[in-house]
Design a protein around this ligand. Structure first.
Ligand SMILES: [Zn+2]
Length: 113
């Protein structure tokens, strides 16, 4: 199963339910993350271009972080790998993780890494 298949499965799964805000790239489509609609997000993801669409480095919106984190975690990445994938430092990721947990926006990891 390649990444595209995993993404498709993810988008079609329970995690794919997103808040219906308008995407910046296609205002007629719901926002998925980083201001992008689902298909643009997936395309950027596949091309490794998500970093072109911050999610401001200094202030990653929590729902975007949570969406990214949950997806990567569900695919079995550990936190160090998730940090790399999101362009964050490991300590920055841990901070964002703890904030998201405290806010009730994210469920705790099943295994402590
Ligand atoms: Zn789009």
């Amino acid at each position: 199963m390649d990444l595209g298949d995993m993404l498709t499965e993810w988008w079609n799964g329970p995690h794919g339910i997103v808040v219906a805000k308008a995407a910046l790239c296609h205002p007629n489509r719901p926002l998925s993350a980083r201001g992008l609609c689902r298909s643009c997000y997936e395309m950027k993801w596949n091309r490794g271009q998500l970093d072109d669409h911050p999610a401001k480095r200094t202030y990653r919106r929590r729902d975007e972080f949570v969406a990214d984190y949950e997806m990567l975690r569900s695919e079995g990445y550990d936190r160090t790998q998730i940090a790399q994938r999101l362009g964050m430092t490991r300590s920055g990721l841990d901070q964002a993780y703890r904030r998201a947990i405290r806010a009730g926006a994210l469920t705790p990891d099943r295994t402590r890494r």
